[in-house]
Design a protein around this ligand. Structure first.
Ligand code: SAM
Length: 190
């Protein structure tokens, strides 16, 4: 079941307001230690575009989302930006990138969908490409505001990403509560 929360104008406006004081600057600072500036970077699930704006200071960034409402907002606010309608599972693009970034997006994928996404990320990355993703930390899954939310621990992220990516770090960090989130940075094998 896929929720409608990010798909309606009202819910997108609500999310933009709720998230107005949060951003991924600390995650992006960590990414910058591994991905050279001016690299071609794809952001998955750009949503309001807060991180996209930070990323564009250092990278040739392409934003994306699978919500047409978020894409409408992103394009209206950033007329000179590049945005793709992309599902994080299938990643149907012929473009290639040096890095892929997402902040609190991949937790909306079921286990099988995450496996498919990891394989597609491997395919659309250049050799030695870098991924940087954040997750909600924990076990199991739930439905929140009609949206599927999958929690992850370090061990399961290692097993999902470890076959195709060399794990550089998986670290807990605080979004709202101590260690409620995990940051993963990894490098494409080969
Ligand atoms: C929790 S919001 C995070 C938005 C933004 N990254 C941020 O940090 O504020 C999740 C975002 O992921 C998008 N999303 C959810 N499932 C997706 C999927 N399968 N493919 C692409 N985007 C997805 C939603 O539309 C929404 O923009």
């Amino acid at each position: 079941m896929k929720g409608e929360y990010y798909k309606t104008k009202a819910s997108v406006e609500e999310y933009i307001d709720l998230a107005k004081d949060v951003n991924g600057i600390n995650l992006i600072e960590r990414l910058k230690l591994h991905l050279p500036s001016m690299s071609a970077l794809l952001e998955l699930g750009s949503g309001p575009g807060t991180d996209w704006k930070i990323l564009r200071k250092d990278y040739r960034v392409t934003g994306s989302d699978n919500s047409t409402e978020f894409l409408k907002h992103l394009k209206a606010k950033n007329a000179d930006g590049e945005f793709l309608e992309l599902d994080a599972v299938t990643l149907k693009t012929v473009q290639r990138f040096d890095g892929i970034y997402s902040n609190k997006v991949l937790h909306h994928l079921r286990d099988g969908e995450l496996n498919d996404s990891v394989r597609r990320q491997f395919e659309i990355l250049s050799q030695g490409g870098i991924i940087c993703h954040s997750f909600w930390r924990g076990e199991g899954s739930e439905v929140f505001k009609g949206l599927f939310v999958n929690y992850h621990e370090e061990a399961d992220l290692r097993s999902v990403f470890g076959e195709l990516f060399e794990i550089i770090l998986i670290e807990p960090y605080k979004e709202f509560d101590e260690d409620d989130s995990l940051l993963l940075i990894a490098k494409r094998k080969g």
